[in-house]
Write a protein that binds this ligand. Structure first.
Ligand SMILES: [Zn+2]
Length: 190
């Protein structure tokens, strides 16, 4: 599970000191030298406290991701046939709004079991989405939201950006009164 790992903001270059071998075991994209663990790549330091390993996360690569893993992501762009999202590293990201970790796409056919006519009505830029990894390709990742608990978990008004409240099937902005639609998770507002 990628979320058990703590990604620090510490950026490293190849050869940079990360930790001593007393503190951690050398993980992916690190190497040992005279009792020190050093980086073998450009990236950010990831500490796995459960396994006592330290590794380097290269940017925009989800090395530890597996098909079927749950991820949270922020909608970045909505196209006619896919939603482009920025993956969020932390499971609490819908609250903390941590920085983007990588990009992925939700193809329109994987959005819902129902027929989707207008993708742009169901997702808006800035929404937070809970999704499952459907496929991992060399340079991109496909996500799916076609299960009841998957979909938008936090939505923002497309007019004034205030958080939307769910009333039945409708999403209402209590600030400006706008009514919207979403492919929402059953966990919306929970
Ligand atoms: Zn509004």
């Amino acid at each position: 599970m990628i979320f058990l790992e703590k990604q620090s903001e510490k950026k490293v270059l190849p050869g940079d000191f990360i930790a001593t071998e007393e503190e951690f075991e050398a993980g992916k994209d690190t190497f040992e030298e005279n009792g020190d663990i050093r980086s073998a790549a450009i990236g950010k330091v990831v500490e796995n406290t459960a396994r006592h390993t330290v590794s380097v996360q290269k940017p925009f690569v989800l090395e530890s991701a597996r098909r079927g893993d749950l991820v949270y992501a922020e909608v970045f762009l909505v196209r006619d046939n896919s939603v482009i999202v920025a993956l969020l590293k932390d499971p609490d990201a819908k609250e903390k709004r941590v920085s983007p970790f990588g990009r992925a796409a939700i193809p329109i056919r994987m959005v819902s079991r129902d027929y989707v006519e207008n993708l742009r009505a169901l997702f808006k830029v800035g929404d937070i989405v809970k999704a499952k990894i459907a496929a991992i390709h060399a340079d991109c990742m496909d996500l799916k939201t076609d299960e009841p608990d998957l979909g938008v978990v936090k939505a923002f008004c497309s007019v004034c950006r205030a958080p939307l409240e769910k009333f039945g099937e409708t999403f209402k902005c209590t600030e400006c009164g706008s009514n919207e639609e979403r492919k929402a998770s059953t966990e919306y507002g929970a």
